[in-house]
Design a protein. Structure first.
Length: 164
């Protein structure tokens, strides 16, 4: 990502993504920031590793906050425990400059991402490129103008809140 300013491609991707795809983008963010932090640790650039781990921590917090505990509470409690564990591992990685904790976080988030992708395909197999414009139309206009319309969520993904 361009460190000098916001990435317009990523901004467009986020604004036009379905809620399910937004969750995938969050997983991608954790993986990307953990990999950048690992690289910085090996290079001795602890300021960069710190800032990347903090970014990964914020995303893990958002993943946890997006869980809907009213639907399938047993599943969401397990997910909340996983995100809590990942957050603690990231804190450990930041405090002790522990690349192994980052490796573990990456591995678990990659598994979570793959599982989420399979769930999306299983619950909504007719998702096509034609469905993307509908998701874009459901998002508020850039700058907050226009009416916000909730993106419809497949019934099988109801354990997660709309703000994923």
């Amino acid at each position: 990502m361009n460190q000098a300013g916001p990435n317009p491609y990523l901004r467009t991707k986020v604004l036009t993504a379905s809620s399910e795809d937004l969750r995938l983008l969050l997983f991608d963010g954790v993986i990307r920031f953990c990999n950048q932090a690992k690289k910085a640790i090996t290079e001795g650039d602890f300021e960069t590793s710190y800032s990347n781990i903090v970014k990964a921590q914020k995303i893990v917090q958002e993943l946890s906050n997006s869980l809907n505990h009213k639907v399938q509470p047993e599943v969401t409690e397990k997910m909340a425990s996983l995100y809590n564990y990942l957050y603690r591992r990231l804190v450990d990685a930041n405090m002790s400059r522990n690349a192994e904790a980052l490796d573990e976080t990456i591995k678990l988030i990659q598994y979570e991402r793959e599982t989420w992708q399979l769930l999306i395909k299983k619950v909504n197999p007719q998702t096509t490129a034609a469905a993307k414009p509908a998701a874009a139309a459901a998002r508020p206009a850039v700058g907050g103008y226009g009416q916000a319309v909730a993106t419809p969520k497949p019934a099988g993904l109801s354990g997660y809140s709309q703000s994923a």
